[in-house]
Design a protein around this ligand. Structure first.
Ligand code: UT7
Length: 348
């Protein structure tokens, strides 16, 4: 069986910087609270019009494709991970394909939130390993800013998230022991509603008590109603403490699983790139695994939590800063809504 590697990597973040102090214009919060609880200093928001999850993904993909020394036409499969797609359907992968003038290759959207990139990378790895595809483009991109509650009511969620995109090209490699060593995927739907955005959704019926006139109101009224906006259920909903508690258990667990599979130890990790959910979560993982500070890469301070984009953005920044060298053991790990979680070990 072939082995796969990351042959090119790129990222894009929008130009609009919003500091914690900027957010105090919309809600009752403070730089002190946000930094102390999350480590975040600022985040980027896409232009309200013209800049979308797809267009940001395209910018990141262009760089990854160029660095992989291939052309758009040589991409033979596209995987796009996002929870903030341009349309409810179709997905962003086909929109990116159209935008980049790619031929009629398969295009797949992944809906696995914070672990979307790990799931996408794992799928790319399987396709390349079996010889089915040679150049798989994997994109993680999010435009969270379009659907956050910027009032004080939504502050516990909205201060965390930011916009951006990252992309990689996955190719086969003949170098033994190099590339993606293994990927590990998990989920547990028991707590699906602990971090969720319910609408638009076919299960709207379960919220019927909030919509007294149904089914007498106009057709399509269940898609999004005034009541959903007024009571805040239209926005992402999160039990932050429940997510935090589960994350600090599952991150170390899935990292140990990857190491054990490859007969490696935590001390063998050159660089751990955790999904950028909260600096306190990253620091907790670092301590639990007994890693030095320089073995863990964090950039949540600048970008906030960009969900499916956070790992490829961080991976690319770390690589550009010279923190990943040939032969290094890089560990990627994520945990998020679903709950879903996963890890990947890469010999660079
Ligand atoms: O990507 C994966 C998905 N997400 C995560 O991994 C998030 C995991 N969870 C977290 O990161 C943390 O739970 C949060 C950062 C979201 C929240 O931190 P916390 O320490 O769990 O705070 P809390 O929600 O328990 O709120 C504590 C207090 C509350 O006030 P009272 O009730 O104690 O008076 C909140 O109303 O802080 C208040 N609060 C805020 N105050 C200022 C909540 N959000 C804010 C805010 N600014 N933005």
């Amino acid at each position: 069986m072939l082995q796969s590697k990351i042959a090119g990597i790129g990222y894009y973040v929008p130009k609009n910087v919003y500091t914690n102090n900027d957010l105090t214009r919309f809600m009752d919060t403070s730089d002190e609270w946000i930094q102390e609880r999350t480590g975040i200093k600022e985040r980027r928001y896409a232009d309200r019009i013209g800049e979308t999850t797809t267009t940001m993904g395209v910018e990141a993909a262009k760089i990854a494709i160029e660095r992989a020394h291939i052309t758009n036409e040589e991409v033979d499969f596209i995987i796009f991970a996002t929870l903030s797609p341009d349309y409810y359907f179709p997905g962003c992968a086909v929109l990116l394909q159209r935008e980049m003038g790619m031929k009629e290759v398969g295009a797949l959207d992944i809906r696995n939130q914070c672990s979307g990139f790990i799931y996408a990378l794992s799928i790319a790895d399987q396709f390349v390993k079996t010889g089915m595809y040679k150049n798989v483009l994997v994109v993680g991109s999010e435009k969270h800013s379009f659907a956050l509650d910027f009032s004080t009511r939504g502050r516990a969620v909205s201060v965390i998230f930011g916009d951006g995109a990252g992309a990689v090209v996955v190719q086969p490699t003949a170098e033994d022991g190099k590339g993606i060593l293994s990927t590990h995927l998990h989920s547990d739907g028991a707590d699906a509603e602990k971090l969720a955005m319910y609408y638009p959704g076919a299960s709207s019926g379960i919220w019927l008590d909030k919509i007294p006139d149904w089914p007498d109101q106009e057709l399509g009224g269940l898609l999004m109603t005034k009541e959903m906006l007024e009571d805040g259920t239209a926005f992402p909903n999160m039990d932050g403490q429940a997510v935090f508690k589960k994350a600090v258990v599952k991150f170390p667990e899935v990292i140990h699983e990857a190491l054990a599979k490859n007969n490696l130890k935590t001390s063998d990790i050159s660089l751990l790139i955790p999904h950028q959910a909260n600096l306190r979560i990253s620091q907790f993982i670092q301590k639990t695994l007994g890693l030095r500070e320089d073995q863990v890469f964090n950039n949540i301070q600048k970008y906030g939590n960009t969900t499916a984009a956070s790992i490829p953005i961080a991976l690319c920044e770390a690589w550009e800063e010279g923190k990943i060298k040939e032969g290094d053991l890089v560990c990627l790990a994520a945990f998020g809504a679903g709950f879903t979680w996963g890890s990947a070990l890469i010999r660079w």
